[in-house]
Design a protein around this ligand. Structure first.
Ligand code: FEO
Length: 386
């Protein structure tokens, strides 16, 4: 830890689904920090699932001291579950938060009286050697969010931003590659609000940042520019991986076989391509892959005069996360009345900057020569290759 900054977060290694939806096979870290100086500030609390560990770490780190402040950067329950406990244990401590958070706080703790201090952009809180400067971050990804920059140690307490799925050590460390887990976390949790993320990145560009203390995942100490670079790309929906994702939802295997052949055709043309079976891939992983690649082909069966649900689920998730500015090819299959293509087209057309390449490919049960000719045309339109 940097001088005077202590990690008191805790990891939940029993949890299966973060936010009751995202698989976290490696667990989940809920981060919290204490800054000990002439005044003592606790930076956020943690999820109810790790309450006991956090309370123990907090009280052991404080020793004989009482906290002067609890800085609440984000009110979502995975960080705010223990604010009530904190305020009842140390009623003389001040809860430092945005005006929006102060307005929302009674929704979470209706029966508790809080001593609060609201802060706005650029306000500072002097703790002694350390000074916290507050950076408003509305809609990253809730309206009441702020970040805090500690001026002496050049530390950015970044709320949910720069987080990662997965557990960490007791020191808030993790040796694994940050990028895959952070990418899936970003696109699924923060991703809809890329414009707001870019606004905060602009403000952060004016700061010298040596360490990032996020609310999830490991503390980031080196190569800060690399992490910020990823956020600059992700927040502008810029693909970091070349090539095309072929996402397929097939009932009996015929559409899957066609999708496999499309991947082979792409590779034969020197186009990198990745097949994702939506019936076997949890949707948050599929969303992250689609977001991170240059192009997309969706291939799905018709079902109940509609669209096979794993594809519908995928496209609706992409839409919810503001997937945008990509070329997309469509392959539908239907043995007697294909309906999948029309529905896929409708969902894709409702997204910003999506260009659907023609022709849409229609398979009736199994591909024939006409289908492969259509496919070649569609691939040509998508890749620009002759
Ligand atoms: Fe980690 Fe938006 O809460």
């Amino acid at each position: 830890m940097k001088e005077g900054i202590y990690y008191i977060g805790a990891s939940d290694t029993e949890i299966d689904l973060f936010e009751n939806q995202y698989p976290v096979p490696e667990g989940m870290a809920y981060n919290s920090y204490v800054i000990i100086d002439e005044k003592t500030a606790v930076m956020d609390t943690v999820d109810a699932r790790v309450t006991e560990k956090w309370q123990k770490r907090l009280t052991e780190t404080l020793g004989d001291r009482k906290p002067d402040y609890l800085v609440v950067q984000h009110l979502e329950p995975d960080h705010s579950a223990n604010i009530g406990w904190f305020a009842e244990k140390w009623p003389e401590a001040t809860i430092v938060l945005t005006a929006k958070a102060a307005q929302m706080l009674p929704q979470f703790f209706a029966d508790i009286k809080f001593k609060t201090q609201t802060v706005k952009e650029g306000d500072t809180l002097n703790l002694g050697k350390h000074t916290l400067q507050f950076i408003m971050a509305p809609m990253v990804h809730w309206p009441e969010v702020m970040m805090s920059y500690e001026q002496t140690t050049h530390s950015l307490f970044s709320a949910d931003a720069f987080g990662e799925f997965g557990a960490t050590t007791e020191n808030g460390e993790d040796d694994d590659d940050w990028t895959p887990g952070a990418r899936r976390y970003y696109y699924n949790i923060v991703g809809k609000y890329g414009v707001q993320v870019q606004g905060v990145l602009k403000k952060a560009a004016a700061l010298k940042i040596e360490t990032i203390y996020p609310l999830h995942g490991p503390i980031l100490r080196e190569n800060i520019g690399e992490y910020v670079g990823h956020y600059a790309n992700w927040s502008s929906w810029k693909a970091e991986q070349k090539g095309i994702v072929v996402a397929v939802a097939s009932i009996h295997g015929n559409t899957a076989k066609a999708a496999e052949t499309i991947v082979e055709k792409l590779k034969a043309q020197g186009v990198e391509s990745k097949l994702i079976d939506l019936t076997r891939t949890e949707v948050s992983y599929a969303v992250a892959e689609a977001m991170d690649h240059e192009g997309l082909i969706v291939a799905a069966s018709s079902y109940d005069a509609g669209l096979f649900p794993p594809m519908e689920n995928f496209l609706l998730h992409l839409k919810a996360k503001s997937y945008q500015n990509r070329k997309v090819g469509i392959v539908e299959n239907g043995s007697w009345a294909p309906t999948a293509g029309k529905i896929m087209r409708g969902i894709l057309e409702s997204m910003k900057g999506i260009e659907i390449v023609e022709p849409m490919v229609t398979i009736k049960t199994k591909p024939n020569e006409t289908v492969w000719a259509q496919t070649e045309e569609m691939i040509k339109a998508l890749t620009g290759k002759k």
